[in-house]
Write a protein that binds this ligand. Structure first.
Ligand code: AMP
Length: 478
């Protein structure tokens, strides 16, 4: 009703303002829309649904067509075509141009794509079946009304701005002017060497393979760097400016792409109170984000070493260990091998809640980074002998690492095998040496730790068996 009256009788805006005082006097989008409605020409399609977070934003549904009224930095002012005809701000990256900008130029060639941005163009060109020599023309995202040529050259995409001269001719090199983009493309298809980029075949449209986990980058804000790990950086961040999350950033070139997809798919299917929950991923563009729940006290290793570590009781130690055990029983039941279980990869929240992080992520690294030749990357002191010798990871190698993590817990985050280098550790283990019992650890629990470090994997307990025995010890102590 309000928007209807404001639109139809905008000369009475002062009256409407009295009846419906604008909640946000800075941007009253209804007023903006009524003043600018005569200038919109562009139609856009919503790539994603978006829920308005304030009165100046507009809720839209994926696939919905909207009028674009104006560009507002990272947002556009858009107006619905049907129903309420409301208008408001939506993130520019949520929409793609669906009408031709300005309507002055109609391109119906197979190489023309109404993709919204350079990133979309790159996504298309880098997706199979597109290959070396695929190319497309799309509206420029930086200069409305202009166009860009994007060409895939082996594993990278080169972008050319198609400029328009004062006489309306198109060019990418000053001295070569064309009456139409079609002519320009025909010329460079033959003379591609002039731009050192092969225009061999038109790009083929590849639909977004989005799922509920894939979210647009704009939804996330990196707020505070928490650390840097093997794979990239970790940030405390905000999702949609309200929810606190942890954001792991990865550089694409540190990732083996197909493994990455497999691993992330596996993470999506995992849900347990003692595993860090995956919330979302952002794999379009660089760096890749993996968004998870945020744990207020950081890694177990830091926690144990800090002030709070010194106040932990025997019951607290057992609580920490059994929570990690529970999480690992779940992973074992799902046949997921962690590969890097250690206090540094367990995170602590309020009330001593512990959750396992980074499960499966070790596999994401490219083989050459995580190979047996590159010992720096293998946490030798946490790793079972058969992994070091044969590269054979299993839940039985995970339980070896779990035993080491228990040692870390009782030693308040001190590293295992202090004073020994990796080679010495490996040599001594072969001779049957095992870590000694930490002072704060009971003989019963130490017995269990020694079971984790049996040389033959088959002689080590499963996580399920381990947790049963641990629970029995806990009950006998209480
Ligand atoms: P990582 O790369 O997993 O070793 O993470 C580096 C550091 O970032 C850790 O030692 C933690 O202090 C911190 N961190 C990682 N993930 C989270 C999270 N989900 N919540 C809070 N802090 C985290």
């Amino acid at each position: 009703m309000e928007s209807f009256l404001r639109e139809r009788l905008n000369c009475l805006n002062c009256l409407w303002d009295k009846i419906w005082p604008p909640e946000n006097p800075v941007v009253n989008v209804n007023t903006i829309s009524s003043t600018v409605q005569h200038i919109y020409t562009d139609l856009v399609t919503a790539l994603y649904s978006f829920d308005a977070r304030s009165t100046d934003e507009l809720t839209i549904e994926e696939g919905e067509e909207l009028y674009k009224l104006s560009d507002e930095g990272e947002y556009i002012l858009a107006r619905k075509q049907t129903g309420s005809m409301e208008s408001g701000l939506v993130p520019a990256s949520y929409v793609a141009q669906s009408g031709l900008p300005g309507g002055h130029y109609t391109i119906q060639d197979p190489w023309y794509f109404e993709v919204a941005s350079r990133t979309d163009a790159e996504r298309l060109l880098m997706s199979p079946p597109n290959a070396h020599g695929s190319f497309l023309v799309h509206p420029s995202d930086s200069t409305p009304g202009q166009y860009s040529l994007a060409v895939r050259n082996k594993d990278k995409v080169t972008h050319f701005c198609i400029s328009v001269s004062a006489r309306g001719e198109f060019y990418i090199q000053n001295e070569k002017l064309f009456a139409s983009i079609k002519e320009l493309i025909s010329f460079y298809k033959v003379n591609w060497k002039l731009v050192k980029s092969p225009l061999f075949q038109s790009c083929v449209w590849v639909a977004y393979q989005r799922d509920q986990w894939e979210r647009p980058r704009i939804e996330f804000k990196l707020v505070k760097k928490l650390g840097a790990g093997n794979f990239g950086e970790v940030w405390e961040g905000l999702w949609n400016n309200k929810d606190k999350v942890a954001i792991k950033t990865f550089k694409q070139d540190h990732i083996n792409e197909s493994d990455f997809k497999k691993e992330v798919d596996a993470l999506k299917s995992l849900c347990h109170k003692n595993l860090i929950q995956l919330y979302a991923v952002c794999t379009v563009g660089e760096p890749v984000y993996i968004v998870t729940e945020l744990m207020s006290k950081g890694s177990l290793q830091q926690f144990l070493r800090g002030n709070e570590g010194h106040h932990l009781t025997a019951a607290n130690f057992m609580h920490i260990i059994s929570q990690v055990g529970d999480g690992m029983v779940y992973l074992e039941s799902k046949h997921v091998v962690h590969r890097d279980l250690a206090a540094r990869n367990v995170l602590v929240g309020e009330k001593l809640v512990c959750k396992i992080a980074d499960f499966g992520l070790a596999r994401l690294l490219k083989d050459d980074l995580y190979s047996l030749q590159c010992n720096m990357k293998i946490p030798i002191k946490w790793t079972a002998p058969e992994v070091l010798t044969y590269g054979k990871y299993s839940t039985k190698s995970d339980i070896w690492s779990y035993g080491i993590m228990i040692y870390e817990v009782f030693m308040l985050g001190q590293p295992p095998y202090q004073g020994m280098n990796n080679q010495e550790v490996m040599a001594k283990l072969t001779l049957g040496y095992r870590l000694p019992k930490p002072d704060q650890c009971s003989p019963d629990v130490y017995k269990l730790m020694l079971e984790c470090w049996q040389e033959k994997p088959s002689q080590r307990p499963s996580f399920y068996e381990f947790v049963l025995k641990l629970t029995a010890i806990q009950h006998s102590v209480q």
